[in-house]
Design a protein around this ligand. Structure first.
Ligand code: BEZ
Ligand code: FE
Length: 301
């Protein structure tokens, strides 16, 4: 297989390009911080390989700089377009993969996303996270255990999700807090709460990342999901979601590559009037139910 960096390039030209890579890489030789040196030298090699492999034109270089400038321009303390760019390039998920290495039966991690809030309300087991957010009620229950199957009492579970219109509370910009809460497992490691049956929704696509998706024929839509962050002493923190089996978006594709087969759950639908697990009266609404058992890896795994 011919080297993609030297395909169709004369040996003289190849030598010029390789000499530049060597010179730039060597410019970081004196970096005192060994890790920073490794990062900068590897970045240099990869950026140069990209430019050489695609034979980047000067107009393309300018377009790339204009794109990154637009990503910076729209970024502020509420909108992080660089993270969104990392998400749609799969770079966020690759970083999640590298940092949450597969461990025994531990639940798989997935992308964090921009809609977590530090101070969501605490609810009791069986409480409702919707807090007025519209959508079909969904009973979510499960247990948190370690990889030996031992229950983890008092594990902290934070959950957040979009409403039936595909919007998180923070996207309304009116200070509401809904569709999110935190709760703790009981002495047997069990938890349960009412939430909303997740629906597919688009990531913010009104900026340069959205334009890039459009020009490449990609959809901004995420498969329906519910976010979890689970922490407990001596356990590796877990940031993950559950997805809805049968959601068509699972076949079309998740715009940020967050789906793992092990995280797709059955959500069983129950007609209006069917008794609920905790006897709650849903006032004639249909509802759904799912189970998500969570296994935490040991800290440092
Ligand atoms: C989310 O699931 O909330 C999300 C993830 C990545 C980018 C945008 C939104
Ligand atoms: Fe989300």
């Amino acid at each position: 297989m011919p080297d993609p960096l030297s395909r169709g390039i004369s040996p003289q030209q190849q030598a010029i390009e390789e000499e530049l890579v060597r010179t730039v890489t060597a410019s970081f030789d004196g970096t005192a911080d060994g890790r920073l040196k490794e990062l900068m030298q590897s970045l240099t090699r990869h950026v140069h390989s990209f430019i050489r492999e695609v034979r980047l034109t000067e107009d393309e270089w300018k377009a790339g700089i204009a794109f990154l400038t637009a990503v910076g321009d729209i970024t502020d303390d509420k909108r992080q377009e660089f993270v969104l760019l990392s998400d749609v390039l799969g770079a966020s998920m690759q970083t999640v993969a590298v940092n949450n290495t597969a461990h025994s039966t531990a639940t798989e991690a997935t992308v964090f996303g921009p809609f977590f809030l530090q101070d969501s309300p605490e609810i009791a087991i069986g409480g409702d996270i919707a807090a007025g957010a519209p959508g079909e009620p969904c009973w979510i229950e499960g247990a948190v255990t370690d990889t030996d199957g031992a229950p983890i009492p008092r594990a902290r579970i934070e959950v957040w999700e979009a409403d039936e219109d595909g919007l998180y509370d923070v996207q309304y910009g009116d200070g509401r807090m809904s569709g999110r809460a935190r709760l703790h497992t009981d002495e047997q490691g069990r938890y349960a709460f009412w939430g909303l049956t997740p629906v597919p929704y688009p990531i913010p696509f009104d900026g340069p990342v959205g334009k890039m998706l459009e020009s490449t024929g990609r959809s901004p839509v995420r498969a329906a999901h519910l976010h979890f962050m689970v922490t407990a002493p001596q356990r590796r923190p877990l940031v993950t979601h559950i997805f809805v089996r049968g959601d068509e978006q699972l076949d079309i594709g998740d715009s940020v590559f967050g789906v793992k087969e092990s995280l797709i759950k059955d959500f069983t639908r129950h007609p209006a009037g069917t008794p609920t697990p905790d006897g709650r009266n849903l006032g004639g609404k249909q509802w759904s139910r799912t189970r998500f058992d969570i296994v935490l890896a040991p800290a440092g795994a």
